[in-house]
Design a protein around this ligand. Sequence first.
Ligand SMILES: [Zn+2]
Ligand SMILES: [Zn+2]
Length: 214
Amino acid sequence: METVRESRSTKVAKEDYLMVIRILNDFYGEASLTLIANELGVTPATAHKVIEHLSNEGYVVKLSRGIYTLTDNGNELAGKMLGKHRILEVFLGILGFSQLETHVYAHELEHVNDLVIDKIYNMLGKPRVCPHGNPIYGKPEGVRLSKSYPGRVIVTAVAELKSVLGFLASNRISINDTLTVIRRRKGNVTVEFNGRQIIIDDSIASGIIVMESR
Ligand SMILES: [Zn+2]
Ligand SMILES: [Zn+2]
Protein backbone atom coordinates (compact mmCIF):
# COMPACT_ATOMS: atom_id res chain seq x y z
CA MET A 1 0.00 0.00 0.00
CA GLU A 2 1.31 3.44 -0.82
CA THR A 3 2.50 5.48 2.12
CA VAL A 4 0.90 8.80 2.84
CA ARG A 5 2.41 11.29 5.23
CA GLU A 6 0.02 12.14 7.97
CA SER A 7 1.11 15.20 9.86
CA ARG A 8 -2.30 15.91 11.30
CA SER A 9 -2.35 16.07 15.06
CA THR A 10 -3.76 13.00 16.75
CA LYS A 11 -6.69 14.98 18.09
CA VAL A 12 -9.69 14.13 15.96
CA ALA A 13 -12.12 17.02 15.49
CA LYS A 14 -15.83 16.59 16.13
CA GLU A 15 -16.49 17.46 12.49
CA ASP A 16 -14.42 14.44 11.46
CA TYR A 17 -16.81 12.20 13.38
CA LEU A 18 -19.81 13.76 11.66
CA MET A 19 -18.21 13.34 8.22
CA VAL A 20 -17.30 9.69 8.84
CA ILE A 21 -20.82 8.89 10.10
CA ARG A 22 -22.25 10.60 6.99
CA ILE A 23 -19.96 8.65 4.62
CA LEU A 24 -20.73 5.33 6.35
CA ASN A 25 -24.46 6.13 6.16
CA ASP A 26 -24.28 7.12 2.49
CA PHE A 27 -22.46 3.95 1.45
CA TYR A 28 -23.35 1.29 4.00
CA GLY A 29 -26.73 2.51 5.20
CA GLU A 30 -25.53 2.59 8.82
CA ALA A 31 -22.58 3.69 10.92
CA SER A 32 -21.31 1.31 13.57
CA LEU A 33 -19.11 2.33 16.47
CA THR A 34 -16.45 -0.17 15.35
CA LEU A 35 -16.21 1.26 11.82
CA ILE A 36 -16.25 4.86 13.08
CA ALA A 37 -13.40 4.14 15.53
CA ASN A 38 -11.41 2.18 12.91
CA GLU A 39 -11.66 4.93 10.35
CA LEU A 40 -10.63 7.66 12.78
CA GLY A 41 -7.86 5.59 14.35
CA VAL A 42 -9.23 5.92 17.88
CA THR A 43 -10.38 3.30 20.39
CA PRO A 44 -14.09 2.41 20.49
CA ALA A 45 -14.17 3.84 24.04
CA THR A 46 -12.89 7.22 22.84
CA ALA A 47 -15.28 7.21 19.88
CA HIS A 48 -18.16 6.36 22.19
CA LYS A 49 -17.38 9.30 24.47
CA VAL A 50 -17.25 11.80 21.60
CA ILE A 51 -20.42 10.39 20.03
CA GLU A 52 -22.29 10.70 23.35
CA HIS A 53 -21.22 14.33 23.38
CA LEU A 54 -22.37 14.86 19.78
CA SER A 55 -25.66 13.22 20.69
CA ASN A 56 -26.14 15.64 23.64
CA GLU A 57 -25.47 18.49 21.22
CA GLY A 58 -28.21 17.21 18.91
CA TYR A 59 -26.08 16.05 15.97
CA VAL A 60 -26.15 12.28 16.37
CA VAL A 61 -28.80 9.74 17.35
CA LYS A 62 -28.37 6.15 18.40
CA LEU A 63 -30.43 3.70 16.32
CA SER A 64 -29.56 0.56 18.22
CA ARG A 65 -26.63 -0.79 20.22
CA GLY A 66 -23.45 0.60 18.64
CA ILE A 67 -25.26 1.91 15.54
CA TYR A 68 -25.61 5.63 14.91
CA THR A 69 -27.04 8.09 12.44
CA LEU A 70 -27.13 11.87 12.08
CA THR A 71 -29.97 14.23 12.99
CA ASP A 72 -31.02 16.85 10.41
CA ASN A 73 -28.65 19.31 12.08
CA GLY A 74 -25.83 16.76 12.05
CA ASN A 75 -26.47 15.94 8.41
CA GLU A 76 -26.40 19.59 7.44
CA LEU A 77 -23.12 20.26 9.25
CA ALA A 78 -21.51 17.05 7.92
CA GLY A 79 -22.65 17.89 4.36
CA LYS A 80 -21.14 21.36 4.60
CA MET A 81 -17.83 19.99 5.90
CA LEU A 82 -17.75 17.26 3.25
CA GLY A 83 -18.36 19.88 0.55
CA LYS A 84 -15.33 21.85 1.72
CA HIS A 85 -13.31 18.66 1.99
CA ARG A 86 -14.20 17.61 -1.56
CA ILE A 87 -13.42 21.02 -3.07
CA LEU A 88 -9.96 20.77 -1.46
CA GLU A 89 -9.58 17.25 -2.87
CA VAL A 90 -10.18 18.52 -6.41
CA PHE A 91 -7.57 21.21 -5.80
CA LEU A 92 -5.04 18.69 -4.43
CA GLY A 93 -5.74 16.37 -7.38
CA ILE A 94 -4.75 19.16 -9.75
CA LEU A 95 -1.53 19.56 -7.77
CA GLY A 96 -0.78 15.94 -8.67
CA PHE A 97 -1.66 14.04 -5.50
CA SER A 98 -3.09 10.50 -5.75
CA GLN A 99 -6.70 9.65 -4.92
CA LEU A 100 -5.71 8.42 -1.46
CA GLU A 101 -3.48 11.44 -0.81
CA THR A 102 -6.12 13.99 -1.84
CA HIS A 103 -8.47 12.53 0.80
CA VAL A 104 -5.88 12.41 3.60
CA TYR A 105 -4.44 15.87 2.91
CA ALA A 106 -7.86 17.47 2.44
CA HIS A 107 -8.57 16.53 6.06
CA GLU A 108 -5.56 18.61 7.08
CA LEU A 109 -6.73 21.66 5.15
CA GLU A 110 -10.51 21.58 5.58
CA HIS A 111 -10.68 23.75 8.69
CA VAL A 112 -9.75 26.80 6.63
CA ASN A 113 -12.43 29.53 6.45
CA ASP A 114 -15.32 29.57 3.96
CA LEU A 115 -13.99 32.56 2.04
CA VAL A 116 -10.84 30.66 1.03
CA ILE A 117 -12.91 27.63 0.04
CA ASP A 118 -15.27 29.79 -2.07
CA LYS A 119 -12.33 31.31 -3.94
CA ILE A 120 -10.83 27.88 -4.63
CA TYR A 121 -14.24 26.52 -5.70
CA ASN A 122 -14.74 29.37 -8.19
CA MET A 123 -11.16 29.13 -9.47
CA LEU A 124 -11.70 25.41 -10.14
CA GLY A 125 -14.81 26.24 -12.20
CA LYS A 126 -17.29 24.88 -9.63
CA PRO A 127 -16.53 21.17 -10.05
CA ARG A 128 -19.45 18.74 -9.70
CA VAL A 129 -17.60 15.79 -8.20
CA CYS A 130 -14.49 15.07 -6.11
CA PRO A 131 -11.61 12.81 -7.29
CA HIS A 132 -13.52 9.85 -5.80
CA GLY A 133 -16.58 10.46 -7.98
CA ASN A 134 -18.71 11.77 -5.11
CA PRO A 135 -20.89 14.84 -5.67
CA ILE A 136 -19.36 17.87 -3.92
CA TYR A 137 -22.72 18.46 -2.27
CA GLY A 138 -24.89 15.38 -2.07
CA LYS A 139 -24.56 11.64 -2.00
CA PRO A 140 -23.43 9.21 -4.69
CA GLU A 141 -26.10 7.15 -6.44
CA GLY A 142 -25.70 3.82 -8.15
CA VAL A 143 -25.16 0.09 -7.74
CA ARG A 144 -22.73 -1.22 -5.12
CA LEU A 145 -20.07 -3.57 -6.45
CA SER A 146 -21.20 -5.97 -3.71
CA LYS A 147 -24.62 -6.16 -5.43
CA SER A 148 -23.63 -6.05 -9.09
CA TYR A 149 -24.17 -8.91 -11.53
CA PRO A 150 -21.37 -10.68 -13.44
CA GLY A 151 -20.12 -8.69 -16.40
CA ARG A 152 -18.10 -5.57 -17.12
CA VAL A 153 -18.60 -2.56 -14.85
CA ILE A 154 -17.02 0.87 -14.56
CA VAL A 155 -16.08 2.28 -11.15
CA THR A 156 -17.97 5.59 -10.82
CA ALA A 157 -17.58 6.52 -7.13
CA VAL A 158 -15.86 5.19 -4.03
CA ALA A 159 -16.35 5.70 -0.30
CA GLU A 160 -13.86 8.10 1.23
CA LEU A 161 -12.74 5.66 3.88
CA LYS A 162 -9.12 4.70 4.44
CA SER A 163 -10.08 1.01 4.23
CA VAL A 164 -11.63 1.40 0.76
CA LEU A 165 -9.14 3.94 -0.63
CA GLY A 166 -6.21 1.89 0.72
CA PHE A 167 -7.55 -1.26 -0.93
CA LEU A 168 -7.99 0.52 -4.27
CA ALA A 169 -4.52 2.08 -4.07
CA SER A 170 -2.81 -1.21 -3.31
CA ASN A 171 -4.61 -2.85 -6.26
CA ARG A 172 -4.05 0.20 -8.49
CA ILE A 173 -7.76 0.58 -9.17
CA SER A 174 -9.04 4.12 -9.84
CA ILE A 175 -12.25 5.90 -10.71
CA ASN A 176 -13.35 5.17 -14.32
CA ASP A 177 -11.47 1.84 -14.42
CA THR A 178 -13.33 -1.15 -15.86
CA LEU A 179 -13.62 -4.31 -13.77
CA THR A 180 -15.09 -7.64 -14.78
CA VAL A 181 -17.31 -9.12 -12.11
CA ILE A 182 -16.70 -12.87 -12.23
CA ARG A 183 -18.92 -14.08 -9.39
CA ARG A 184 -20.70 -12.95 -6.29
CA ARG A 185 -20.74 -15.08 -3.18
CA LYS A 186 -22.05 -14.51 0.30
CA GLY A 187 -19.65 -12.00 1.84
CA ASN A 188 -17.46 -11.28 -1.17
CA VAL A 189 -17.25 -10.64 -4.88
CA THR A 190 -14.54 -11.79 -7.30
CA VAL A 191 -13.46 -9.40 -10.03
CA GLU A 192 -10.85 -9.47 -12.75
CA PHE A 193 -8.72 -6.40 -13.25
CA ASN A 194 -5.62 -6.14 -15.45
CA GLY A 195 -5.61 -9.91 -15.98
CA ARG A 196 -5.68 -10.64 -12.26
CA GLN A 197 -8.50 -12.04 -10.16
CA ILE A 198 -9.18 -10.23 -6.90
CA ILE A 199 -11.58 -11.36 -4.18
CA ILE A 200 -13.12 -8.30 -2.57
CA ASP A 201 -14.80 -8.53 0.82
CA ASP A 202 -18.28 -6.98 0.95
CA SER A 203 -17.06 -4.50 3.58
CA ILE A 204 -14.93 -2.98 0.79
CA ALA A 205 -17.16 -3.83 -2.20
CA SER A 206 -20.11 -1.97 -0.62
CA GLY A 207 -17.96 1.16 -0.70
CA ILE A 208 -17.46 0.93 -4.47
CA ILE A 209 -20.19 2.21 -6.80
CA VAL A 210 -20.25 0.91 -10.35
CA MET A 211 -22.13 1.32 -13.60
CA GLU A 212 -22.68 -1.42 -16.19
CA SER A 213 -20.33 -1.12 -19.14
CA ARG A 214 -21.31 -2.18 -22.65
ZN1 LIG B 1 -12.15 12.61 1.12
ZN1 LIG C 1 -13.47 12.59 -2.44
